[in-house]
Design a protein around this ligand. Structure first.
Ligand code: ACO
Length: 321
């Protein structure tokens, strides 16, 4: 049995924040942001609009596209680092709103790799026959944990959600998933406060993303190069067998480096970072949904999904659509 994608959906908050808007807040420029990252604009959730709200919109669209009864879903997994509340999990909070019944529902925290980690779990449950249908979501409101006075991070992130419905099928499907983590350099990209450690007062930074961007950049390029090799070798595939690359949307230069390694022209790479910024766990399913709905990705195409994020965590999925 394989886990096959039978529906995708995504959602972006309405509020668009452009680079020009950020020029008013911090000492930055549209030129710097575009040339270093490829980002032109990002979405920011409205006050009161939560990760769960974004996820519900994306899931409803995915369920509609799959054309199935929501109650037939056996498991709901939400990849997120920005849950609505400490507990219940965001998955529990949205389960009833979606009419999913009493299926297993939980969150996965793997920062920007959250969707790939969730997809990997879902795929194992389907392959073993334990589940027939799993709803996998990546949803974030990263803008809630940004220091809007720190130009090195506040220009990079945005909010959004993406979802896929996976169903057991004898035809592929998810061919393989690969997940990794290494906490040795946790301090290069982190939120250094939390429930158990405690929170800092607002004047000392509150709760915000801290990143040594250029060091993360080097590790990301190197690590993504390695996981691409691992994924192809596992499937005894050549890079030229791939039809599409759907990368984590953190930085256009990182995306281009991975595409170069795969000898893949940029018209075979799904790029949304210009409009979405880095939406963390939502970035891959957002890009996937956009590419499927626009008709670019067709049934039978081979696509490589990859992500890298805080932890560090990284992962990939090779999928025949
Ligand atoms: N506007 C203008 N100047 C800026 C800005 C800004 N927004 N931000 C930083 N600068 C300045 C710096 O202060 C520095 O100035 P200095 O030379 O006078 O000290 C200069 O620009 C260069 O800074 P670098 O950090 O070296 O810039 P770099 O080219 O590395 O680009 C960036 C920074 C875009 C953050 C890049 O390093 C990057 O994309 N890193 C990887 C991010 C990533 O992949 N994260 C993983 C996922 S995120 C997650 O898991 C939550």
């Amino acid at each position: 049995m394989y886990a096959r994608i039978i529906g995708t959906g995504s959602y972006l908050p309405e509020n668009v924040v452009t680079n020009a808007d950020l020029e008013q807040k911090v000492d930055t420029s549209d030129e710097w942001i575009r040339s270093r990252t490829g980002i032109r604009e990002r979405r920011v959730a409205a006050p009161g609009e939560t990760t769960g709200d974004l996820a519900v919109h994306a899931c409803r669209k995915a369920l509609e596209a799959a054309d199935i009864d929501p109650a037939s879903i056996d498991m709901l997994i939400v990849g997120t680092t920005t849950p609505d509340v400490v507990f219940p999990s965001t998955a529990c909070l949205i389960q009833q709103r979606l009419g999913l019944g009493e299926c297993g529902a939980f969150d996965v925290n793997a920062a920007c790799s959250g969707f790939i980690f969730a997809l990997s779990i879902a795929s194992q449950y389907i392959q073993t026959g334990a589940c027939k249908r799993v709803l996998v979501v990546g949803a974030e409101t990263l803008t809630r944990i940004l220091d809007w006075g720190d130009r090195s991070t506040c220009v990079l992130f945005g909010d959004g959600a993406g979802a896929v419905v996976l169903q057991a099928d004898p035809e592929p499907g998810v061919l393989s998933t690969h997940i990794h983590a290494n906490g040795a350099h946790a301090n290069l990209l982190h939120v250094e406060v939390g429930v158990s450690k405690g929170f800092l007062p607002e004047e000392r930074g509150g709760m915000s993303v801290k990143m040594k961007g250029n060091e993360v950049f080097k590790v990301a390029v190197n690590t993504l190069g390695r996981i691409v090799d691992e994924t192809l070798a596992h499937n005894k595939m050549d890079k030229h067998d791939l039809d599409w690359l759907i990368p984590h949307q953190a930085n256009l230069r990182i995306i281009k480096a991975t595409a170069r390694k795969l000898d893949m022209p940029m018209d075979r790479v799904i790029v949304t970072v210009d409009k979405h910024g880095n939406t963390s766990a939502a970035s891959v399913p957002l890009a996937l949904d956009e590419a499927i709905r626009s008709g670019r990705i067709k049934r039978g195409d081979n696509m490589l999904l990859e992500a890298f994020g805080g932890g560090f965590t990284w992962g990939s999925a090779l999928i025949r659509y």
